[in-house]
Design a protein around this ligand. Structure first.
Ligand code: ZN
Ligand code: ZN
Length: 293
């Protein structure tokens, strides 16, 4: 067994170890500057090694989404980890190369920080410790799998003779306050019968109205895509709630013909794992979400 400590040039230490891979690189690091490490990761993949990365689902990591997508296209498996509860943060900074080398320390994989004091320790040929690190990595990998499974899980309606599926929709009221705040409830809805149940009410959102207006006013594809990404990111944040939210709806009402008024709830966002199982619109219902502001 060998142990080596490094107190500077962390990036080149990481680069040297990762580039030696012939099989698998597992990385569990809370903050990764994907732009900074793109070339190293790409070389790992070009060497036909497997690359699996778990990092935390924070704003900084998400800001590199294009680069992450790029790496995924090259064959990397990358998970931005959403923790089930806000308090269970992931602070790891370790990697395992070919089930032989452990890199561990205080260093987040950012550009070489000259202003902070960090360390990386490289441990080689210590099989018992490698096993522990791999099992910790798999534990983190499975947390996300469980969250995805929950979203894919088909919950059958319990009503007599109904074989519809139940979804939780965060339905926002049609009206907003003069400060563009909008209130919503989380409703359990059946895709087939009239079953509905309010799971949580009075959820305040003060950005969605602004974003939807910008979305409608945006003139070019690029702008639309940026706003779309913002909306998705904001809505995604609700999924951290203890209740799984499958979709977001918005109540709409108006006059169809003279004196013939209508109400409907449009689904404005769906989790990507829900897809076509949920309709885009529910006619003739507000799900009781009527906040008069
Ligand atoms: Zn039914
Ligand atoms: Zn039903």
């Amino acid at each position: 067994m060998t142990v080596e400590s490094h107190f500077e040039n962390h990036k080149s230490v990481i680069e040297t170890e990762l580039k030696q891979t012939k099989e698998t690189v597992l990385i569990a690091v809370a903050w990764i500057n994907f732009k900074e490490y793109f070339n190293i990761f790409k070389e790992v993949l070009t060497n036909k090694a497997k690359l699996k990365i778990v990092c935390s689902d924070n704003w900084q990591n998400r800001s590199h989404q294009t680069i992450i997508d790029n790496l995924v296209n090259f064959g990397a498996e990358i998970r931005l980890l959403k923790m089930p509860r806000e308090t269970n943060h992931m602070y790891h900074k370790f990697a395992i190369v070919d089930s032989k080398t452990i890199l561990n320390g205080s260093f987040n994989w950012s550009p070489n920080a000259t202003s902070s004091f960090e360390n990386i320790i490289i441990i080689k040929d210590f099989p018992n410790e490698v096993t522990k690190f791999i099992s910790e990595f798999n534990k983190l990998w499975d947390i996300e799998s469980k969250a995805i499974k929950d979203l894919q899980k088909n919950t059958k309606c319990q009503e007599n003779k109904c074989d519809g599926e139940l979804f939780n929709i965060l339905v926002f009221s049609e009206k907003t306050t003069k400060y563009y705040e909008v209130y919503g409830d989380i409703i359990e809805v059946c895709t087939c019968c009239n079953h509905q149940k309010t799971l949580q009410n009075c959820i305040l959102n003060n950005r969605i109205e602004f974003m939807l207006n910008a979305y409608q006013d945006s003139s070019d594809d690029y702008e639309t895509e940026l706003i779309d990404r913002d909306i998705n990111r904001l809505l995604d944040s609700y999924v951290k709630n203890k209740i799984t939210i499958h979709a977001i709806g918005r109540v709409n009402s108006g006059l169809r013909y003279r004196d013939d008024d209508f109400v409907e709830t449009n689904i404005i966002w769906k989790n990507k794992f829900v897809g076509d199982r949920l309709p885009d619109k529910f006619d003739d219902t507000t799900f009781g979400v009527v906040y008069d502001n």
